[in-house]
Design a protein around this ligand. Structure first.
Ligand SMILES: Nc1nc2c(ncn2[C@@H]2O[C@H](COP(=O)(O)OP(=O)(O)O)[C@@H](O)[C@H]2O)c(=O)[nH]1
Ligand SMILES: [Mg+2]
Length: 424
């Protein structure tokens, strides 16, 4: 009886509508769902739009979950069933996440550090609700399965947009993990809109770092994996983890890692490392190396990329219509962009999120242009010692922490400065 009462309580909780909306997303939603799709003839619109929607969803999550504020996001990607949730459970020494038997019920889950154990969720009505930690498994596996009762099982995953778990077991103060459902091929039994490749790709694109999982059981990296990783933004560091290492002998694992490295290199994919892990033996294999990378990432200062990432769709659309001399569409898009970012700013201000405006994104390049012009005017020549100092000490320094984090970003800036400061 008590179980039935608790399950009913959980159900009413999960489907509760907000009594009062403090943050109103309706105007934003109107622009996103009704107005932007009108410009769908732009090249590659489907991928651009999917990235845009995901970035908007991430923005909503950062607004609704103040616990995510200022945190870098490490997204977990890979095939459905590759061992992502098990990795998080084992890595955090905390068996809170269900291993998903059904992708339909799997809910994107953030994990952050807090001294108190707490779980909250955002439901499909954009209402933030508190939950009991044990409810996380009930949401995915169904209420009766957990309680071993003979009443029909009710899964509630489809009522939730996302879950946020705060746990003292998660050791990274500046990092949030995002557990995704992963992807499945359209002909697979696990294929649903939640395991669609485009959706996962967008989720990865809106993260700061990526952990990509490949099960050792497959013994190789599939072309589908390669294609997906390749389609994600180049400047997001990607660490490849071969999971379920306990299922294969050492020599098979080593050969698999070498082949993965070769395939990635052949496809011009930058990766941080290829490491082995088993959730059955979480201290064994390369777990210390994974921890090393996690520590490094946790030390990176978070720089909000919302404005930059949201701007991409508008920029690409405006470029397309400018090229096609459709100036009416260009003007419409510029007006839409202004309304959109004004709305974003209103919400960000209310939620206390710092937001660069789109014109500031453009301005980021300007200081170096100013230096270049000034040097030309004054006929100043560069001192190579200063250049080396900058390259070796400033841009290479751990103190100079960048959200982009990648060596590619550093190289870009060093190249820019090289351009600004010609040899004597
Ligand atoms: N032998 C073994 N099985 C694992 C390991 N990690 C996960 N599994 C199993 O693989 C299945 C899928 O794991 P899950 O973590 O749900 O994958 P996800 O869909 O990527 O989150 C589950 O049945 C797990 O028990 C591992 O390290 N070793
Ligand atoms: Mg999972």
């Amino acid at each position: 009886m008590e179980n039935i009462y608790n399950n009913l309580k959980l159900l009413s909780h999960v489907i509760a509508k907000p009594t009062e909306k403090i943050l109103d997303f309706s105007q934003l939603d109107n622009i996103i769902r009704s107005q932007i799709p009108l410009f769908n003839e732009v090249d590659n619109f489907e991928a651009l739009y999917s990235d845009f929607i995901t970035e908007c969803d991430k923005f909503k999550d950062y607004v609704l979950y103040s616990e995510l504020s200022e945190k870098n996001l490490v997204a977990l990607g890979g095939l459905f069933g590759s061992g992502k949730s098990s990795f998080l459970n084992a890595f955090n020494a905390d068996w809170i996440l269900p291993d998903d038997i059904d992708p339909e019920t799997s809910v994107p889950t953030y994990i952050v550090h807090n001294e108190d154990y707490q779980v909250c969720a955002v439901n499909i009505f954009e209402n933030k609700i508190q939950m009991e930690p044990t409810d996380v498994k009930k949401v995915s596996h169904g209420t009766s399965q957990i309680d071993e009762q003979q009443i029909p099982s009710v899964t509630l995953g489809h009522m939730l947009e996302s879950i946020l778990i705060q746990t003292p077991k998660h050791n990274y103060a500046n990092t949030a993990f995002l557990d995704t459902a992963g992807y499945a091929k359209p002909y697979s039994n696990y294929y649903t809109h939640k395991t669609d490749e485009l959706g996962l790709r967008s989720k990865l694109n809106s993260s700061n770092f990526i952990l990509w999982f490949i099960s050792a059981e497959t013994e190789f990296i599939t072309q589908a994996d390669i294609n997906l990783i390749k389609s994600v933004r180049k400047n997001i560091p990607k660490l490849i983890i071969v999971t379920k290492a306990d299922t294969k002998p050492a020599e098979v694992l080593d050969k698999m890692c070498d082949e993965i490295k070769l395939s990635l290199a052949n496809n011009q994919i930058n990766y941080v490392d290829v490491l082995k892990f088993s959730s059955r033996k979480p201290q064994a294999y390369d777990s210390h190396k994974i921890k090393y990378y996690m520590d490094r990432w946790d030390n990176r200062i978070y720089l909000s990329s919302f404005a930059k990432n949201l701007k991409v769709l508008f920029r690409e659309c405006i470029n397309y219509y400018t090229k096609n001399a459709d100036y009416e569409a260009v003007e419409q898009l510029k007006a839409l962009q202004n309304i959109f970012f004004a709305q974003i700013k209103v919400i960000a201000d209310k939620a206390g999120i710092y937001m660069t405006q789109p014109e500031q994104v453009e301005l980021i390049r300007k200081p170096l242009e100013v230096v270049r012009e000034y040097k030309k005017l004054q006929q100043i020549r560069s001192n190579p010692t200063i250049k080396n100092l900058l390259a070796n000490h400033v841009f290479d320094s751990h103190q100079w922490r960048l959200q982009e984090g990648s060596s590619e970003y550093t190289t870009k800036i060093v190249n820019l400065i090289n351009g600004v400061m010609p040899h004597q």
